[in-house]
Write a protein that binds this ligand. Structure first.
Ligand code: SF4
Length: 252
């Protein structure tokens, strides 16, 4: 039986610290091995954020069958990209084929629009919204995992998708850059510490890539998909990044 070590994960939020323990398997770990913790933590943070706005008398507008936000540029950290490729491989054959076809279709649209290079390496800007994100939304490309306007991988959807819920009327989501959307305030997305831990162990610069280019990016980084590090050491680096991004008040 595999041996595990226990690690405490603690993050600071506006409404207090959030703590949990994670059993980390001893032995080699791939980057995607960090994703389950990031998703569980994001889920807990999102639930707390939603509860706070409900206590203020608001209600969450998001519901199954509304895929308005699934045409936005969704930022993914490299560990999530490898995780998503595993999710894709695990889907029933027909669904997986449909997702792959959509990826090819979107790739063609992005090539025609000459947007791929900028999407993979957007220029630094102080603007709150990346210009490329706005251009991407204008193309109205539904996410490859969207099925009948609902998420086809809902329990395994990425961090950024879990982070996004609104209290404004759903129809306003058709214009996400018009300034009329009331988004539930969330702390920084956990894709950031995932990207930073990747950078720390590879020596590359931190990168978030768009969900719609995941297969293309993973094909170009296949060596990284299978590379392993000592599990507890890799996890500790992730916890270190979490603490930098989400300092607990009495530790800051
Ligand atoms: S992964 Fe799911 S929730 Fe996220 S953009 Fe795609 S369909 Fe929407």
């Amino acid at each position: 039986m595999a041996e595990h070590v226990t690690r405490e994960v603690v993050v600071g939020t506006d409404s207090g610290a959030m703590r949990g323990t994670v059993a980390v398997r001893k032995g080699p770990m791939r980057l995607r091995g960090l994703v389950d913790t990031a998703l569980a933590l994001t889920e807990a943070l999102a639930r707390r954020a939603d509860q706070l706005v409900v206590l203020q008398g608001k209600s969450i507008s998001c519901q199954a069958g509304c895929g308005a936000c699934c045409r936005q540029l969704v930022p993914i950290a490299p560990p999530e990209a490898f995780f998503l490729m595993d999710v894709l491989e695990s889907l029933p054959a027909e669904q997986a084929a449909a997702v792959r076809d959509r990826y090819v279709e979107i790739g063609r649209v992005l090539e025609d629009a000459a947007m791929i290079d900028e999407m993979l390496d957007p220029p630094a800007t102080l603007e709150p919204v990346l210009p490329i994100a706005q251009r991407y939304f204008e193309l109205q490309q539904a996410c490859p995992f969207l099925v009948n306007e609902s998420c086809g991988i809902h329990p395994r959807r990425p961090v950024a998708c879990r982070d996004y819920s609104v209290t404004s009327p759903a129809e306003r989501c058709a214009d996400p850059y018009g300034g009329a959307i009331d988004k539930v305030p969330m702390p920084l997305p956990l894709s950031v510490p995932l990207a930073r831990v990747t950078a720390a162990v590879t020596g590359e610069k931190p990168q978030l890539l768009p969900l719609s280019l995941v297969p293309r990016w993973c094909a170009a980084h296949s060596d990284l998909a299978t590379r392993t590090w000592d599990g507890p050491e890799l996890f500790d680096r992730f916890v270190h990044e979490l603490r930098l991004q989400y300092p607990v008040p009495d530790e800051s």
